[in-house]
Design a protein around this ligand. Sequence first.
Ligand code: SAM
Length: 227
Amino acid sequence: VGAPAAAAVDAYVEQTVACPGPEFAEVQRRAEEGGLPAIEVSAAQGKHLELMVRISGARHVLEVGTLAGFSTLWMARALPAEGRLVTCEVEPHHADVARANLDGAGVGETVDIRVGPAEDTLLSLVDEVASGARPPFDLVFLDADKAGNPRYLELVMEMVRTGSVIIGDNVVRGGAVLDAESEDPDVQGIRRFLTLQGQHPRLEATAVQTVGAKSWDGFSLAVVTDG
Ligand code: SAM
């Protein structure tokens, strides 16, 4: 399938089933106005994340990599009234745009944006979960620097429970994930991330290739088990 056809099918999926409301166009308008890169998930993928939150019955969601809050909004609106989402972002300007977007979309109260390097934020969250100050996370979406994914996974495993779901984005990278000799730290990060999931005694995982408006890539999906 050529890229134009894949993008056209994504547009068709968006119109027929994903059906983003006007609040998502507003998120993208603010992102563009703020000069943020257009590297958010597609609407089809955002709806997929929303459905994963619904299907898993998640109440506490953790996201690593906020950007303008596009994927954040898809997941936040799937949460029950008492649900909460924590999202980690290193760029203060991205966090500011996301805050305006999430407040504007009416989920501001649901979302806690933590600004700083994800590793530092995750270390704080590990302490909060260990002390009982917050419950473990039911669903985690990793979508920041992919070189950091192995470390993020290690920390995430300290704050999930049996049955929690872990999703990773950009795990195919146009096929570059196959290159064991790659000098791209993100490719090596993803390779290690997938290997860790395949070998982890408490994870059952897979990865699904995708093709669409965001080119040839894929999501990883894992569930936490008793081991
Ligand atoms: N999840 C977003 C969406 O689909 O709407 C897209 C996230 S974008 C691919 C990655 C984001 O992660 C960027 O906003 C970037 O600034 C942030 N980021 C990169 N490295 C980071 C780090 N070490 N800690 C926290 N955030 C980071």
